[in-house]
Structure formats: C-alpha cells, structure tokens
Design a protein around this ligand. Structure first.
Ligand SMILES: Nc1ncnc2c1ncn2[C@@H]1O[C@H](COP(=O)(O)OP(=O)(O)OP(=O)(O)O)[C@@H](O)[C@H]1O
Length: 803
C-alpha cells in the first residue's frame, strides 16, 4: 500500500507516543511534544521525510517510552508543521492518513518499528448499509440525552458515505476510555466493529437516562445550598449505579492514612497542601484528566520519606575504616575527609549540632575514574546512609532541580526530591556529580538553585515547585564532584572545600587492579581465584595498551570483559582447570588495543627531535619540530603548551644563543640571510637575529606541560640554526638550566617503555635519573636501548646531532 510519494507499507517508521489523545485517521490535530524520545522520533521523520506512527500510551504509563507501555496500533500520518515553543516543547500539526499496526520493533530509543496498515474486512454492502442506519439512529438518540455530539458532527455523521469513517467519527466523539477505544480501533472486521459500537451507544443512552433520573432524585432530597455535598452524593450514586470504581474510595482513604502517619514529621504547610489536594481529588470525576494529574501528584508526595532519618551519628573511626577498605593509596584525600568528619563528630559531641552543616560542602575534584564517587560511597556506607547521585552535567533547565509546576504537562518533582524519595531517607548522602558542568540557559540559572540547596541558612526551607511546599534539606550531606574546579561558577566555588584527586600512575593502577578491581570483579562474575588469574605482565599490558585514562574505570571494564569471556568458556566448553591470562594470550580475551605508540621516523631530519613525555595515561614519544623563517629573532611556540613548557622553550633558545656565541655550535655562514645594505661582515650570531623560529609540539589538541622537554627543545633549535640533522633513532628527556646543565625528570620508566615501543635505539637521560631509577626499568628495554646518561647540553648534542 502506498502511503505517500515515496513510502509503501509495511515500512520502518518512527513512532511517537501520545499520552492524552486517542487519534483517528481523518483528523488534523495539533500535538505538543516535550520528551526527548518523541522529539527524536520527530526529527527522524522530518529528516527522512517519512510519515510517523502515533500510538496512544496505555493508561498509567507515566510517561514511559517503550513498546510495553503503548498500544501496538495507531495512526500513520504526516507532520504538516513543526513549531518550537519557548518553553522547550514542540508543537506539531499532524495529519492522520491511515490506521497502522506495529509488526515488530526495530529500535527502542527513539521508538522505531516495522508498521503495516490495518486491513478492513467488509461485510456485504446491504449489511453495511443496514448497520449504518441503525448506528445513525442510535447516535441521534444519544445526542438528545448527552453532549457528545454537537450539531456539526451529527451532520457529518449523517452525510458521510464511508462506513469506516462513520465508525471513527462516532468513536472519537464518545470520549471512550482508552482500553475500549483501542478495542474498537483495532477491530478489522467492519461488521463486528459496527455491532460493538451500536451496543456501546445503546448502553450509553441507558446510562445517560439513568443519570438524569438520579440527579432528579438526589436533588429533591438534599439541601440545595449544600452544593459540594450534593455533587459528591451525585457522584457516589452514579458510581454505585454503574457499579464503578469502588476502589477509588479505598485509594483516597489510603492517601489520608499515609498523610496522617507522616503528619508529625512534616511541616504544617506540607500537611495542609497535601490534605487540600486529597480533598480535591475526592470531589473529582475519577476519569477526568485533572483527577489523573492530581492522583500522580499524591502518589509522589506520600512517598516523600518525612519520617525517615538515618540515626547513625558520624564516627570518624568508621569513616576511616571504610575509606581504607575500599581505596588504595589516596592518602591525602582520605586524611582531608577524615578531618572533615572529625570536625562534624566533635561538633555533634559538644552538642552544637545546628552548626554541623554550616561548614563548607566537600567537593572532590579530579579527572574521571579516579574514585570521586567511590569515596562518597564509602562515606555513605560508614555513616549508614543511602547514597543518591544527581548528575548535573549539561543540566540547563532549573526546573529539573526544583520540579515543574503541577500545571505543566508531565510535571514531576525535581531531582533533589526524587533523590530523597529514591533514598527513602531525608538525610542521605547526595553526590552532585559534575558540578562544573552545569550550564546557564534561557531556562534559568541552575547555579542559583544549587546555591540555595547548599546554603545552610536557606536549605531547611527548600521549595520544590511540583510539591508546592517546603522541604528540609539541612540534614542531607552534600558532596560535589568536579573535573575542572576553574569551571565551577565562583559563588558556588566559595561554598566548597576542595579535595584534589590526581591521575594514577601505571604503578598505582596496577596495585588498584590487583588489590581491588580484580577481586571485586571476580566476585561480581561468580568466579574464584582458582578459576582464573591475570598475571603481572598481562595486567601491565592492559594498563598500557588497552586503556588510556587518568583513572581506572576502563581498566575495570577491560577486566570485566576478560572475566565475562572466561565465565562463558567455563559454561560452554565445560573447560576445567585454571585459566591464566598472560601477555601472550591476552589478545584472545580483549579486542583491539586502544593506544599504540607511533613508530619513530626512518630518516634523520633537520629540526625534528624525539622527546619523551609522561602523561597521566602513560609514556609517549613526542616529536618536537622547529623551523626557521627569515625575520628578526622572534620565537613562536605552539601546541597548547603550559607556562612551564613555554618558559623552557625560551630557556632553550637562550642556551642555543650562548652555544653559538661561544662557538660550541658551528653555524654554516651560508645559511645566514644576507641583506643588500649589509655594511659589516656577518657573524655567527646573525643567524638567530635574522631568523624567526617556530617551535611546535604536535598533537596540538592535547594540553602539555612540564620542564622535561627542555633538552629536546634545545636540540631542535640547535639543529635548525646549524643546519645539522638530528638522529631519527635517538630520543631524550631532561630539564635544561640557563647554564646548560641537565636536571632530572619524573616518569622515567613509562617514558623508556614508550621509547622501546616506538623503536628508539638510543635514549638520553639525565645522569641523576640514570643513577637513581635504572633498576626499575624492564630488562628488555635496557637490552634494546642504549641508555646514555647526560650531564650537560653538550653531551646531548654530541649524541643527538648527526656528525
Ligand atoms: N584508589 C582506588 N582504590 C580502589 N578502587 C578505586 C580507586 N580509585 C578508583 N577506584 C575504582 O574506580 C572506579 C571509578 O571510580 P569512580 O566512579 O569513583 O570515579 P569518579 O572519579 O567518580 O569518576 P567520574 O568523575 O567520571 O564520575 C570505581 O569502580 C572505583 O571503585
């Protein structure tokens, strides 16, 4: 079947979920989309110029966007217009064309499915005509006792020649409950559908007549002025007469009970507001949209754990015990955390409890995966409180923290209140993750809300817009985490006490893996140390070649990958005996290496020198380049270098100038630019006066810093100003002083391992390192690389420049 110019059915279509309305094919309907899944499905439809399938959400679906929570049939149609609204929602004009049914699911996020049209099975024309006549007659009858059919609609129903369309028009006018609407909608047998509809209309006529009678009866009994009571009574009668929802009273009773049980723990405004809303609900028609919204509000508020406060006082001994049990090293951060909680404990002991929270908020700062969240977790365990994580990354809409007002479609409490509900406690440990990434946008400034949340003067009266009453957050322990402290808005920064965590060295990673990650992952995978072990070389290889990170998060994942494979092998192959992962067989368990060091150049070149660098993710060979351009002796340095590295380039330039002046470096005079008006004989020093230099450290996007590239820079500059090539198989590391001395550096082991991988034959290292660190260097590196100790820059140039 053709559904538009370029699509036939069955076809793969994006699926949009409509929570409120039940659509029919003949309608052109404005719809409002606000959630991400629907908006993404819409984008696909617009980008691919395909129709969409709009399906109704099942009742009580609570905004869920999965195939379980929606009906499997709806309307296929096209988007006629798309208008973004200032509140973030998107309004679309949807033209329904065809009924469609989901054949099978293709994608869950956003929803996409294979969709086919619903095929109508028609009875004979005579039968159809007869049934339509009856249906129209009953509709007219119902129109007289109800408000379902406005005159225009009646006219269309009378005049429409197409039976299916008449059924759809009648169904849409009846405002059917979703379940019934759906059962009529998917009925492909037209005769059955007409019969069901006629039955329903007849029942509806009866019910409406009955309502009228009851109204009359009730009216005569009750004092007319007591309107509220009258309405309630009327509702009860109708419900009793229709045998409807006796559960509802029970539900309302349940809300009241829960509210009373929490009364003494909550503020008076909260109690009043909730009570007011329960009363309101009890007066509403159960099927009205407002009743649904109100009911979901009550479902949220009665879950707020007013009555639950974790009792445990902070105990410094417990905190210290848990921090140490869960974390390797991190001595400084642990000490600072202990001090922080020692202060709390002391204040509690001295009875100054109202001051306990007045101190600054702890903020763990450092690169990803170094244990920030995990430290918070240990604190929560020690204090026997729940841990709630609130991800602030990219958060732009203030209302996500504070909640949307109830009138907003799909409104919910903010994340803070949701966190308390999730923790079932009013005083959990709340981790505000990535506080440096909160964004400011037209939807308000989350910083202001965060300030309020963290301010002990104000946070005992935090107002969530959805709840519409104040919540006491003063007992919550807030801990923030951040990658980059400088990105935290200044007012927030002032409220925080920072605990810095830095990247791990490969050695530390190795210890963490051995003592924590491997045993923890073994346990998670149901394996025993007697089933599998990962030997030292394999672990080192995973750290150096299969992960590239400051922390250990990916390392944990790679270990888990290996153990999953081992577990599967044990089950499927029934293999017995212990599996040992070694550097050799590691390839069988892990997919490709993420990081390989580039091989050294094959040719000696002017101005290109191999430096050795240490980064948070291991050693690396950095090729420093320099060129000369006719100019005035100005040096330009690029490659995202930190201040220390820039200074070290300046030092390098001065060192080379001195070497030239002292004739320790011989400048071929042919390269020195000559000017027509030169009156004097050119000197060697003219080479650095008549050229500009440009020094670049490649991989410009990665920030680099530190003094250890000093001798590499000297060599690069010396090479271009003397026109002598640099040996391609030599690499070096060392700090340089103005007088040309070479000073020791850190991270030698990682640097030499990287040099080894890059195929370097000679490494120049500071003498101090040579004497101090050579024992740590793996044997195969020492065997393949000629490691030369250097004291001065002359030693470096002698070995690095081609003779
Ligand atoms: N020193 C350590 N000892 C033991 N395990 C550690 C250590 N540091 C980190 N880990 C483990 O590494 C994993 C990652 O740590 P965590 O999730 O706490 O990182 P994070 O710093 O919060 O990262 P992000 O900023 O991305 O949230 C955790 O499973 C944690 O247990």
């Amino acid at each position: 079947m053709q559904i538009n110019d370029n699509k036939t059915l069955p076809a793969k279509l994006p699926v949009i979920v409509e929570d409120e309305l039940f659509l029919y094919p003949f309608m052109i309907t404005p719809l409002f989309l606000s959630d991400e899944e629907n908006l993404r499905a819409l984008d696909i439809a617009l980008a691919d110029e395909t129709p969409v399938l709009i399906v109704p959400a099942k009742p009580q679906n609570d905004g869920a966007r999965d195939f379980e929570s929606v009906y499997d049939a709806g309307v296929i149609g096209t988007i006629m217009r798309r208008v973004p609204l200032p509140d973030g929602r998107v309004k679309i004009l949807f033209q329904g064309m065809e009924k469609g049914r989901i054949l099978h699911v293709i994608n869950e996020n956003p929803l996409e499915a294979m969709v086919d049209a619903l095929h109508v099975v028609r009875p004979s024309q005579v039968k159809t005509d007869a049934l339509i006549v009856v249906l129209r007659e009953k509709v007219r009858e119902l129109a007289q006792v109800s408000h379902f059919f406005p005159p225009d609609l009646l006219k269309t129903i009378e005049e429409s020649a197409e039976a299916v369309r008449v059924c759809d028009l009648v169904s849409s006018a009846l405002r059917l409950k979703k379940q019934i609407a759906y059962s009529f909608f998917i009925e492909e047998n037209l005769e059955q559908r007409l019969l069901k509809l006629i039955d329903y209309v007849i029942e509806e006529i009866e019910a409406n007549k009955l309502q009228k009678e009851i109204k009359n009866k009730v009216h005569s009994k009750i004092d007319k002025t007591n309107k509220e009571y009258f309405l309630k009574e009327q509702l009860k009668q109708i419900q009793a007469e229709l045998g409807a929802d006796s559960n509802r009273d029970e539900e309302i009773e349940e809300y009241r009970k829960k509210l009373e049980s929490k009364k003494k723990f909550m503020g008076e405004d909260a109690y009043k507001e909730i009570k007011k809303q329960i009363d309101k609900l009890s007066r509403m028609h159960p099927d009205s949209a407002d009743a649904n919204t109100l009911q979901s509000y009550l479902d949220w508020v009665v879950e707020v754990p007013f009555e639950n406060l974790a009792k445990k006082k902070s105990s410094i001994a417990e905190v210290s015990k848990h921090l140490n049990a869960d974390h390797y090293s991190l001595e400084k951060p642990k000490e600072r955390i202990e001090e922080y909680f020692a202060l709390r404990e002391l204040l509690e002991l001295r009875g100054v409890s109202e001051k306990v929270n007045n101190g600054a908020i702890l903020c763990f700062a450092g690169p990803p995966g170094v244990g920030k969240t995990s430290l918070a977790n240990s604190i929560a365990k020690a204090l026997k409180r729940e841990l709630v994580r609130i991800a602030l990354g990219g958060l732009e809409d203030v209302n996500e923290l504070r909640g949307h007002r109830r009138t907003y479609i799909g409104a919910m409490p903010g994340r803070i209140v949701q966190g308390l509900i999730e923790a079932k406690q009013m005083n959990p440990v709340v981790v505000l993750d990535e506080i440096d990434k909160v964004g400011r946008s037209y939807r308000g400034d989350p910083t202001a809300v965060l300030l309020e949340i963290l301010d002990p003067e104000q946070n005992n009266k935090f107002r969530d817009y959805y709840l519409n009453f104040n919540i006491d957050l003063s007992k919550v322990i807030f801990i923030a985490t951040a990658n980059d402290v400088s990105q935290i808005p200044a007012p927030l920064r002032d409220r925080m006490e920072f605990i810095q965590l830095s990247s791990y060295t490969p050695q530390e990673k190795f210890e963490i893996a051995k003592k924590y990650l491997v045993p923890q992952e073994l346990k998670k995978h149901g394996l025993k140390p007697s089933d599998v072990s990962i030997n030292k070389e394999a672990l080192e290889l995973i750290i150096s070649d299969y992960t590239r990170e400051s922390g250990v998060r990916n390392l944990r994942r790679r270990i888990a990958d290996i153990l999953r494979k081992v577990a599967k092998n044990i089950l499927t192959k029934n293999s017995e005996g212990k599996v040992t992962i070694t550097a050799k067989n590691l390839k069988e368990f892990l997919e490709k290496k993420v990081y390989e060091i580039e091989q050294a150049d094959k040719k000696d070149q002017i101005g290109q020198v191999n430096g050795l660098a240490w980064t948070s993710v291991g050693g690396d060979v950095l090729r420093i380049e320099a060129i000369r351009i006719q100019g005035k002796g100005v040096m330009q340095i690029t490659g995202q270098l930190g201040d220390v590295m820039k200074e070290s380039a300046q030092i390098a330039f001065s060192v080379v100038k001195v070497l030239i002046d002292n004739k320790k470096l011989k400048v071929p005079m042919a390269i020195v630019p000559k000017f027509e008006d030169d009156k004097r004989k050119l000197e060697a020093s003219d080479v650095y006066r008549r050229y500009d230099l440009h020094v670049h450290v490649p991989e410009g996007a990665t920030p680099k810093d530190g003094p250890s590239a000093g001798i590499t820079m000297v060599t690069a500059i010396a090479s271009i100003l003397t026109d002598i090539k640099v040996r391609h198989d030599v690499a070096m590391t060392g700090e340089i002083t103005l007088s040309g001395k070479v000073l020791p550096i850190g991270g030698l082991k990682e640097k030499l391992i990287a040099a080894h991988k890059a195929g370097i034959k000679t490494a120049l290292i500071p003498r101090k390192n040579y004497e101090r660190d050579l024992n740590d260097i793996p044997d195969e590196v020492k065997k393949d690389i000629n490691i030369i100790a250097v004291d001065t820059i002359e030693d470096v140039l002698k070995n690095a420049l081609v003779k």
